[in-house]
Design a protein around this ligand. Structure first.
Ligand SMILES: [Zn+2]
Ligand SMILES: [Zn+2]
Ligand SMILES: [Zn+2]
Length: 352
């Protein structure tokens, strides 16, 4: 099991204790060092060090020098540098950030602030890993940033729906009777893993784009409008263009100068396919399995449920031919039902 480590260079005992305890609570192993020089040595020799916390007024080299030294061989993605700065010393904080620090802890700070800094950094730098989208072979392994996945209780196995790239649907490897039995079995715990938007016709995973609310076409563009200050006329730029000049179609003033005579403002979205004008585009789903094109509001919310099944896993490890498709009908609800939506009509240019 790979864990991540934090190096702490802080000679104030109370602060050192708070930092170490907070990080250890988050299962981060702490390595206190006596000087910034020692911190460099530890980081250089140990790749699992992902965090360095250093006091601004630490001994030579100072925190800023330490940060810039560390940045020579560790990027911000590889190593997070936090600097402890005395209250109100904004200039020191600025200096530290310019030298490569990612976060500042102003004294007196609370564990919550440190957790937030470390947490935010970890979240923003790593892909969200959730149970429903991971492979099946590493359920209890922490990922490279030290996040530990939910570990099933002793002797139980977490069974998750698997995404089949051929059918574009989620399914369990087990037969439907087995899955139905899990729903009834008190010893089996249900784990909500995720909720995905699927095709209302066939439960496959659709693609999405911003498009025309009327016909669903993605060929929408926003018109640029000219607002003529003098007469208050607002119209498309094309209406103002006349033989290399800009002429207001309302008051006929010509030689208009941008900024002093007019401003350019964004107009409506115009659909190139049906000509529909709208203030906003709409999220449009397109199912690659059945070619259904629909408003995302009509997508079906499909909960992905995992099962903690006691006892050893059924002998099958790979995908099986007879599986159970996760259906939208069973445990999901429609987001919204629209009647006579142009998007669902076969006349829609893209809903073949
Ligand atoms: Zn349209
Ligand atoms: Zn005008
Ligand atoms: Zn479909």
């Amino acid at each position: 099991m790979k864990s991540i480590k934090a190096v702490i260079a802080d000679d104030v005992q109370s602060s050192l204790t708070l930092i170490a305890k907070t990080l250890q609570d988050a299962r981060i192993q702490c390595v206190p060092v006596n000087s910034p020089n020692d911190a460099i040595a530890v980081v250089q020799s140990d790749e699992s060090v992902r965090i360095v916390v250093v006091r601004f007024q630490a001994a030579s080299p100072d925190a800023c020098l330490l940060a810039s030294e560390l940045r020579k061989f560790r990027t911000a993605d590889e190593l997070q540098i936090l600097v402890v700065v005395p209250e109100g010393q904004q200039a020191q904080a600025n200096l530290a950030v310019r030298s490569g620090a990612d976060g500042i802890l102003f004294e007196p700070f609370e564990a919550r602030e440190l957790r937030m800094l470390v947490g935010i950094s970890i979240d923003s730098r790593s892909r969200r890993v959730d149970l429903s989208h991971r492979g099946t072979d590493s359920e209890s392994e922490p990922d490279s940033k030290g996040h530990t996945m939910e570990v099933p209780a002793e002797g139980s196995v977490l069974v998750k729906p698997r995404f089949d790239s051929a059918t574009l649907r989620f399914s369990y490897d087990e037969d439907s009777e087995v899955v139905q039995e899990w729903y009834r079995d008190d010893r089996v715990t249900r784990v909500p893993l995720d909720q995905v938007m699927v095709c209302p016709e066939c439960s496959s995973l659709p693609t999405f784009r911003h498009g025309c609310p009327h016909c669903g076409s993605a060929a929408v563009s926003r018109e640029a409008l000219i607002h003529h200050f003098a007469c208050a006329h607002v119209g498309p730029v094309s209406d103002f263009r006349k033989a290399g000049d800009l002429v207001c179609p309302k008051c006929q003033l010509h030689g208009l100068v941008a900024g002093s005579d007019f401003e350019v403002v964004s107009g409506n979205y115009r659909c190139d396919d049906c000509g529909h004008l709208s203030h906003e585009t709409e999220l449009i789903g397109h199912c690659l399995a059945c070619e259904h094109r629909f408003s995302a509001k009509d997508a079906v919310l499909l909960p992905l449920i995992g099962f903690h099944v006691p006892g050893s896993r059924l002998e099958s490890s790979g995908p099986r031919l007879s599986g159970t498709q996760v259906n939208a009908g069973q445990k999901s609800k429609r987001v919204r039902t629209r009647t006579a939506s142009p998007l669902t009509e076969s006349s829609s240019p893209l809903a073949r």
